[in-house]
Design a protein around this ligand. Structure first.
Ligand SMILES: Cc1ncc(C[n+]2csc(CCOP(=O)(O)OP(=O)(O)O)c2C)c(N)n1
Ligand SMILES: [Mg+2]
Length: 700
C-alpha cells in the first residue's frame, strides 16, 4: 500500500522515478556497507539504467521468472551484484523450486540483502544461477556474461525458427540485454562473442556498456584507450550513445532504438559516474571495490535527498510502482503467452510436446533406438569416427540436439549430416550445425547460453584447446548445465602435430573440476554407452575425450560388456576365478594395450585383470561394494596406463602402484615412433605388472 506516512518530507518533492532509482542506490550502498565488502560504486551509477530497462522495457514477469519467452537480463559486471539483487527485491521476483514450480516466497527478501555476502544468503558476492531465482546466468569472471548472452540470443533465434508458426509468429521473440563494463570490453572473450553476434546479425541482442573510465587500478587511461564504438561498428553492430546515465529519457530512446533495429545487435554506450553522489569517491576507483564507509554513505544519501539516518529503507510506493510497471506488464504478457501455448498445442501437438520435453530437460520417447552396435574388429576405428555415428543416430531422434565446432568439425566429426539439418547462419536460424569460428572461449560461453534456454548443445574441438575455454567450462559446471563438450585428438596419438597439439595435463585438469563428468571411451561400443550416459545427464556438463587414431573394437563376446561404462570402470578381462594378482587399469586408446599385455601375462601364467576406466567421476559415484569388486583393496599390485600426466592416478593405484604415463611434453613424430619413445608397449606393461607383483609380494 502506498502511504504518504512512510515518506520523509525530503522525498515528497522527488519524482517517483527518482525515488525508485535512489532506492536501488541506497539499498546497494547499505548492503555493501553491512557486509563490509563488495562493490557499491557501479550500482549507484547504473541504477537509472537498470531502472529504466526493467520498469519500462523488460518483458519479465516477477511472478514467473522462468516463463520461457521472457526477456533475459544478464549482469555481466557480476561484481555489481547488489544492483541485480535490489531489482529482484523491488520487483518482488518469486523464488522457483528445483522442478520449476514457482513458489510463493520472494526470491530476495530484504533480510537477504541485509545478509549480502554472508553464508547461505540469497545474495552471494556475485550472482549465481540456480541459487537466486531471477539470476539468468552466473557472472563474475568478466566477459563471461556478455558472451553467454550471445548464446541466449542464438537460442531464441533457433527456437523461433523451429517453433514459431503461422498464427504464432511471436511464440519466441524475447530479447536479451547484457550490462557490461570496461573489464568485459577488455576481455578477449567479448571480442570473440561480439564478432560472432555481428556476423549472425542477432538483432535481439543488446549490450549496454558502462563507459565509466574506471577499473580497479584507476583510470582506464592506464590500459584501455581503444575506440569501442568504432570496434563494434566494425563487428557489424548498431552503436548508440547515452551521454548521461541519469537521463531516463535518453536511455528510453536508446532502448527503443535497439527494439527498432531489426538487422543487427545493438551496443548502447552509456557514460556514467562510478559512485555517483558520493562526494569523496565519485569517479574514483575507490568507489569500485570497497564499502564507502558510514560517513560517505550518509553524505551520498544526503546528496540524493534521502533520509541519511535510515538504512535499507524502501518507501512502500516504490514496491507499488514496480508492481504497476514491470509487474503488470510482465504478468499480462506471460498470461497471454500461456493462453496461446494452449492453442498452439492443439494446432501443433508434436512441436508443443517437443517444447515441453525440452523445457523439462527430458528426452523424446525412443531417443536411443537407433544408436549403433559395433561388431568386434581388431583394426577398429577412431573413437571420433564411432562418435560421429552415435551422435548422428541420436540427433535423428532428438531434434533440439544442436551444436558445432570451433572450425574443426571435419576433424572432430561432429557434423549432423542428416537431410535438412542445415547450417546455422544469419540466413538460416533453423540450422543445427553451428560454426563458432576459431573462438573456443566464446564457444564455451555460448554453449552455456544455449543450455540456459534448454536446447541441448554440444561443442567440439581438439582436446588441447580445452585450455582456451576452461573459464566457460567452469561456469557450465558451477551452473550445473548439461553442456556436451566433444574433444578429439586426445593424446600423443595425434602424432606429427607435435607437443603443441598433444594434451598431457588436460585430463588431470578436467578431472579436478567439480561437477564435470569426463569420459574417455576405449572403443566404439564404449562410445555408444558414453553418449547414452551423457544424453541422460541433467545437471552435469560432460567432456567426451576421443582419439584421432583407430582403436580396435573390442570383442565383447570374449571380454566384459561395454554397458559397464555407465559405472565409470568395469572389469573387461579377468583372472581365473576372479582372483587376480595384478590389475591393469587403462583408459581410452590404452585399454587395447592393456588387453594385449593381459593376453601375454595369461600365457605366462600370471593372473591379471584388466579394468577399463573411462570415467573417474562415474566410478567414484558408485557404492563401495561395487568399487571394491572392481579394484579389490587386497590386490595392491596395480598398473595404470594412460598417455598423459600421471597426476592423480595414485588414487586408484596407490602410492606404491605403477603409472605408465608421460612426464614431459610430447614430440612431433609418427605415432609408432612416439609410442616407442614414451614407452607405450606391451612389453613395458607386462614388465610393470611383474615388478608390481614382486614388489607387493615382498611386502606382503
Ligand atoms: C576475468 C576477470 N578478471 C579479473 C576480475 C577482477 N575484477 C573484478 S571487477 C574488476 C574491474 C572491472 O572494471 P569495470 O568492468 O570497468 O567495472 P567498474 O569498476 O567500472 O564497475 C576486476 C579486474 C574479474 N572479476 N574477472
Ligand atoms: Mg569501469
Amino acid at each position: 500500500m502506498s502511504t504518504a506516512t512512510d515518506l520523509p518530507s525530503s522525498l515528497t518533492q522527488q519524482s517517483l522515478d527518482l525515488t525508485c532509482v535512489n532506492t536501488i542506490r541506497t539499498l546497494s550502498m547499505d548492503g555493501v556497507q553491512a557486509a563490509n565488502s563488495g562493490h557499491p560504486g557501479t550500482p549507484m551509477a547504473l541504477a537509472p539504467v537498470a531502472y529504466c530497462l526493467w520498469q519500462q522495457f523488460l518483458r519479465f514477469d516477477p511472478q514467473d521468472p522462468v516463463w520461457p519467452n521472457r526477456d533475459r537480463f544478464v549482469l555481466s559486471i557480476g561484481h555489481a551484484s547488489m544492483l541485480l539483487y535490489s531489482l529482484l527485491h523491488l520487483s518482488e521476483v518469486r523464488a522457483v523450486s528445483k522442478d520449476y514450480e514457482t513458489l510463493g516466497e520472494v526470491s530476495v527478501p530484504l533480510d537477504a540483502i541485509k545478509a549480502f555476502r554472508q553464508l547461505d544468503s540469497r545474495c552471494p558476492g556475485h550472482p549465481e544461477y540456480r541459487w537466486t531465482s531471477g539470476v539468468e546466468t552466473t557472472t563474475g569472471p568478466l566477459g563471461q556474461g556478455v558472451a553467454t548472452s550471445v548464446g541466449i540470443a542464438i537460442a531464441r533465434q533457433w527456437l523461433a525458427a523451429r517453433y514459431n508458426r503461422p498464427g504464432f509468429e511471436d511464440l519466441f521473440d524475447f530479447n536479451v540485454y547484457a550490462l557490461c563494463g570496461d573489464g568485459c570490453m577488455m576481455e578477449g572473450i567479448s571480442s570473440e562473442a561480439a564478432s560472432l553476434a555481428g556476423h549472425l546479425r542477432l538483432s535481439n541482442l543488446c549490450w549496454i556498456y558502462d563507459n565509466n573510465h574506471i577499473t580497479i587500478e584507476g583510470n582506464t587511461a592506464l590500459a584501455f584507450t581503444e575506440d569501442v564504438a568504432t570496434r563494434f561498428i566494425g563487428y557489424g553492430w548498431n552503436v548508440t550513445r547515452v551521454g548521461d546515465a541519469n537521463d531516463l529519457e535518453m536511455l528510453a530512446r536508446a532502448f527503443r532504438t535497439f527494439q527498432n533495429t531489426k538487422d543487427r545487435p545493438t551496443l548502447i554506450i552509456v557514460d556514467s559516474h562510478i559512485g555517483y553522489g558520493a562526494p569523496h569517491k565519485q569517479d574514483t576507483s575507490g568507489a569500485h571495490g570497497e564499502p564507502l564507509g558510514e560517513e560517505e554513505v550518509r553524505l551520498a544519501k544526503r546528496s540524493y535527498g534521502w533520509p541519511d539516518d535510515k538504512k535499507f529503507f524502501v518507501p512502500e510506493r516504490v514496491y507499488d510502482h514496480f508492481r504497476q510497471g514491470i509487474g503488470k506488464r510482465g504478468q499480462q504478457l506471460r498470461d497471454a503467452w500461456f493462453a496461446r501455448i494452449g492453442e498452439y498445442r492443439k494446432q501443433y501437438p508434436e512441436l508443443a510436446e517437443e517444447l515441453f520435453r525440452m523445457q523439462h530437460r527430458q528426452l523424446p520417447e525412443g531417443w536411443e533406438r537407433e544408436l549403433p552396435e559395433f561388431p568386434a574388429d581388431p583394426k577398429g576405428l577412431a573413437t571420433r569416427e564411432s562418435s560421429a555415428k552415435v551422435l548422428n543416430a541420436a540427433a535423428k531422434n532428438i531434434p533440439w540436439l544442436i551444436g558445432g565446432s570451433a572450425d574443426l568439425a571435419p576433424s572432430t566429426k561432429t557434423r549432423i549430416t542428416q537431410e535438412g539439418a542445415g547450417d546455422f547462419s544469419a540466413e538460416n536460424y533453423a540450422g543445427r550445425n553451428f560454426h563458432f569460428g576459431i573462438r573456443e572461449h566464446a564457444m564455451g560461453a555460448i554453449l552455456n547460453g544455449l543450455s540456459l534456454v534448454k536446447v541441448r548443445p554440444f561443442g567440439s574441438g581438439f582436446f588441447i584447446f580445452v585450455d582456451y575455454m576452461r573459464g566457460s567450462m567452469r561456469l557450465s559446471a558451477l551452473m550445473e548445465l548439461p553442456v556436451i563438450y566433444v574433444f578429439t585428438h586426445d593424446s600423443i596419438g595425434v602424432g606429427e602435430d607435435g607437443p603443441t597439439h598433444q594434451p598431457i595435463e588436460q585430463l588431470a585438469h578436467m578431472r579436478s573440476m567439480p561437477g564435470l563428468i569426463l569420459i574417455r571411451p576405449a572403443d566404439a561400443n564404449e562410445v555408444r554407452e558414453a553418449w547414452k550416459v551423457i544424453l541422460q545427464l541433467h545437471h552435469e556438463p560432460a567432456v567426451l575425450v576421443l582419439t584421432r587414431q583407430a582403436v580396435p573394437t573390442i570383442d565383447r563376446t570374449k571380454y566384459g560388456a561395454a554397458s559397464g561404462l555407465a559405472r565409470g570402470a568395469y572389469i573387461l578381462a579377468d583372472a581365473p576365478g576372479g582372483d587376480p594378482e595384478v590389475i591393469l587399469i587403462g583408459t581410452g586408446s590404452e585399454v587395447a594395450l592393456c588387453l594385449e599385455a593381459y593376453e601375454q601375462l595369461t600365457k605366462e601364467g600370471v593372473r591379471a585383470r584388466v579394468v577399463s576406466m573411462p570415467s573417474w567421476e562415474l566410478f567414484d559415484d558408485q557404492d563401495r561394494n561395487y568399487r571394491d569388486s572392481v579394484l579389490p583393496p587386497h590386490v595392491k599390485a596395480r598398473v595404470s596406463v594412460e598417455e598423459a600426466s600421471d597426476f592423480g592416478w595414485s588414487k586408484y593405484t596407490g602410492s606404491e602402484g605403477n603409472n605408465v604415463c608421460i612426464e614431459s611434453f610430447g614430440a612431433s613424430a609418427p605415432l609408432k615412433q612416439l609410442l616407442k619413445k614414451f614407452g607405450f608397449s606391451t612389453e613395458r606393461i607386462v614388465a610393470a605388472a611383474k615388478s608390481q607383483i614382486a614388489r607387493h609380494q615382498s611386502r606382503g
